[in-house]
Design a protein around this ligand. Structure first.
Ligand code: LLP
Length: 432
């Protein structure tokens, strides 16, 4: 699979920890995250961007996996983070993350969220819409602060792994359109807002992008937009944020994008573009989420019941499902998996892996060749580190699994498994 996931003596090991030992110690379903791999990825953000190019900052997109432990690791590499709610900001602050390195995103930031962010030292906002400009101005004025506003513009590039995550095209709820002059009106309004410092422009073309051309198109467009801003307003932008979306390999069919390739490509376009007009290159930001944590995750399940429908399909069911992995049903996402305790046996059985949720669409993997399995075997599903724990739910009152980090032969629990008491924690026995 990957350098941290290895097969020895018929068993899967994650960072040199035996998968079945993890399943036994912490129970299943279990989100295992290789801290070794996460550190490897964050180190690339540092060495291939921060150290290589002056005035750059990669942001880790929190939405992919937000908890205290990840922010504490991210912090060590000097990266910033992208947060999309006051909740995410609050977790990051509790982890001791520097508010100056938090970039606040969202298409409907609530007044209470803006106030929370600004009163807690967050200075960088991605400005998404006209209503927000007014809100931010009003709140910043009340709190007597000036914030940096980067204007989010949709570049009109159509790219990404699924319709739901292609957000750079024209028809999207995010940002200001670039196919008419809406974005220029927005920039004018930001410039005119006394408590917002117009700081630059942002785009995000989509997620799970496998073709660097999407970034080439968007960045060329953004260089042109930067010229336009200079010509109209006489301002050289201070920040250019190229967004996230760097695709990873879920299965062999995927062609992942290498961080360095994307960064080198966009740095070249931006540097040359600004040089050509004699303008100072802005600070360049990117915001990958999946790239940092996606491949690091492996979910362990215990195999339970099975159903063989003659000439049609063989199902095996596991003890989790759409509650811990909504991506299969939401995006028809594909995954690779093995039976962790029979890892060297032949993959001789074509099965469909079903979850235990009461929903016929609760299928984790449709049609995969797996080792023959028995109840009690451990199924390992790969590349479940991004948008799995963070999108998990308690449907059917299933407690959320624990999250365990592995590193150099050791494991530690970073989020404990929910208990039945947790399931009624918010319930109130009230009367009228
Ligand atoms: N920046 C912005 C503005 C975004 O909207 C996103 C993702 C990212 C960065 C990070 O994208 P990444 O590098 O992780 O692809 N839940 C979906 C993806 C939705 C992503 C939403 N925004 C999934 O499971 O694939």
């Amino acid at each position: 699979q990957t350098e941290f996931a290895q097969i020895k003596n018929n068993n899967l090991y994650i960072d040199d920890v035996k998968a079945t030992d993890l399943a036994e110690k912490y129970g299943t379903p279990l989100y295992v995250m290789s801290e070794g791999h996460i550190r490897h990825q964050f180190n690339k953000l540092k060495t291939k961007m921060i150290d290589k190019y002056e005035n750059t900052l990669p942001l880790f997109a929190s939405k992919s996996f937000s908890c205290l432990a990840i922010y504490k690791v991210a912090k060590e590499y000097g990266v910033g983070i992208d947060c999309v709610s006051a909740g995410e900001i609050s977790v990051a602050l509790k982890a001791g993350f520097d508010p100056k390195k938090i970039y606040f995103h969202g298409n409907n930031k609530l007044p209470s969220e803006i106030e929370y962010a600004l009163s807690n030292g967050v200075e960088n906002l991605i400005i998404d819409n006209f209503h927000e400009i007014e809100l931010v101005q009003e709140i910043a004025q009340k709190l007597n602060v000036v914030v940096n506003g980067v204007v989010r513009i949709t570049p009109g590039v159509y790219a990404g792994g699924h319709d739901y995550i292609r957000v750079g095209a024209k028809d999207t709820k995010f940002g200001f359109s670039s196919h008419d002059n809406t974005y220029l009106k927005a920039i004018k309004k930001v410039i005119d807002a006394p408590n917002i410092n117009f700081d630059g422009i942002h785009c995000h073309v989509g997620s799970q992008i496998e073709d660097v051309q999407a970034y080439v198109l968007a960045m060329n467009k953004f260089v042109d937009i930067s010229y336009e801003i200079y010509d109209i307003f006489g301002i050289v932008i201070n920040k250019l944020n190229a967004g996230g979306g760097f695709g990873i390999a879920y299965t062999e069919a995927d062609k992942p994008l290498e961080f360095e390739t994307v960064v080198d490509t966009i740095m070249e376009i931006i540097t040359k573009g600004f040089e050509a007009r004699g303008l100072k290159r802005p600070m360049v930001l990117v915001e990958p989420g999946r790239y940092c944590v996606g491949n690091a995750g492996i979910t362990l399940y215990t195999v339970g019941s099975s159903k063989y429908i003659k000439d049609i399909r063989d199902y095996i069911s596991v003890d989790g499902g759409m509650t811990d992995n909504i991506r299969s049903s939401l995006y028809a996402a594909k995954y690779d998996a093995i039976i962790a305790n029979k890892a060297e046996m032949p993959t001789s059985h074509l099965v469909t892996v079903a979850g235990k949720n009461c929903e016929s669409g609760d299928i984790l993997i449709k049609d995969i060749m797996l080792q023959d399995s028995q109840p009690g075997d451990i199924l390992a599903v790969f590349s479940t580190g991004a948008y799995h724990y963070s999108m998990s739910s308690n449907y059917n009152q299933l407690p959320k699994p624990a999250v365990v980090f592995t590193y150099e032969g050791k494991s530690r629990e970073v989020i404990r498994r929910q208990t039945f008491d947790d399931l009624v924690y918010y319930d109130i026995d009230s009367t009228y």
